[in-house]
Design a binder for this molecule. Structure first.
Ligand code: TXA
Ligand code: MG
Length: 339
């Protein structure tokens, strides 16, 4: 993944985007996780545009992006010690921290009327420059149509939102490829609400034991993060996760093809040459799960440009960013797993 971004040559574009944000327009911009759809987090007008562009349910709060830690003081009631340690260790980076919201600091639409707020400082030169020039807290959900996989390239953003937003700052492919980890620090024991770019293992090295929201462990529990209850990431063709060796996946593919169906496989470098299927997407290497995360959403989107009737996906270990990968794949598959 090419993460190099030349700030000097893209400066005019970034400046223009910052000016649009100050006029309460909404624009897409790159972060290290996925592209965000940014708007002035203090403005009801701007936030209403974000929800409308995405078709997002209004009870699902947005993440607020900042360029400097000093901006926190005007947004949150208090900064718990563990949150302080997390910011020190992981900001700028793929970690969103939930704080108690300072009343009146932001548009109520942005926080969906909750008394808490999720905040992060993205680790991307374009995002940081944009936030600095805009000089505002910027609300930014992923820049996709609600329910689709999050965008990891500017092209993905255009596929979904081209005609309904004021602009896109193109910073190339994003890098991490899955969204930030969301951790609630408003209770004494922090709770991970969404697995993401920063792993539970790495978080626990810094602040000790954390909990996982019940909904991440048991799919029938109601999630504490409003966004986690919605279906998400699903390609048009049904997707099945196959918790079995590649031989079983090939059998499943062969059976579909005998029945006149076209079958696709989401696989890895290690296994790709083994399959005979109608469409094969290689998302990365099993020996480095960060490569799988980086290409996962491009892979899920790419099936919609193929003509497959059904998709079989390999599974990944629940280690490091593997938690986030499996969380997104389970949603994309509506929890349909074949043993
Ligand atoms: O990596 C990311 O986090 C990307 C980039 C653009 O920064 N943004 C992103 O935003 O993924 P979005 O809106 O697609 O996801 C935000 C998630 C949702 O699941 C939402 O419910 C949760 O964060 N969230 C936001 N504020 C919350 C709060 N106060 N309490 C609980 N969950 C919250
Ligand atoms: Mg999203």
């Amino acid at each position: 993944v090419d993460k190099y971004v030349d700030i000097d040559s893209s400066y005019p574009q970034i400046k223009q985007a910052a000016d649009l944000l100050n006029k309460n327009e909404v624009i897409a911009f790159p972060t290290e996780t996925v592209y965000g759809l940014g708007g002035n987090a203090k403005s009801d007008e701007a936030i209403a545009k974000i929800f409308a562009a995405k078709g997002r349910p209004s009870d699902n709060p947005l993440i607020i992006h900042i360029a400097k830690q000093e901006q926190l003081a005007e947004l949150v009631k208090e900064v718990p010690e563990k949150a302080e340690q997390l910011m020190e260790a992981f900001w700028p980076g793929a970690l969103t921290i939930i704080f108690q919201l300072k009343e009146g600091a932001l548009s109520k639409l942005a926080t969906a009327g909750l008394n808490t707020v999720g905040i992060r400082m993205p680790d991307h030169p374009v995002a940081l420059k944009l936030l600095e020039l805009a000089n505002l807290p910027i609300a930014a959900p992923s820049a996709n149509t609600s329910g689709k996989p999050s965008p990891t390239t500017a092209l993905h953003v255009t596929e979904d939102l081209d005609s309904v937003i004021a602009g896109i700052v193109d910073g190339g492919p994003t890098g991490v490829g899955v969204e930030s980890t969301v951790i609630d620090c408003t209770d004494s024991v922090p709770v991970i609400l969404r697995p993401g770019g920063v792993s539970q293992e790495d978080i626990e090295k810094v602040i000790g034991e954390v909990m996982l929201d019940k909904a991440l462990v048991n799919k029938d529990s109601a999630p504490k993060s409003p966004g986690m209850k919605y279906t998400h990431y699903a390609p048009n063709a049904p997707l099945y996760l196959v918790q079995a060796p590649k031989e079983r996946i090939q059998e499943l593919v062969a059976e579909e093809r005998r029945n006149g169906k076209k079958a696709g496989v989401l696989t890895t470098e290690e296994n790709k040459d083994y399959y005979q299927a109608d469409y094969i997407f290689v998302c990365g290497k099993r020996t480095d799960l960060s490569t799988v995360a980086a290409n996962l959403y491009d892979g899920l989107r790419s099936f919609n440009h193929s003509d497959v009737d059904i998709i079989f996906a390999e599974v990944f270990p629940y280690e490091g960013v593997g938690h986030a990968i499996m969380n997104r794949l389970m949603k994309a598959a509506s929890h349909q797993v074949i043993d």
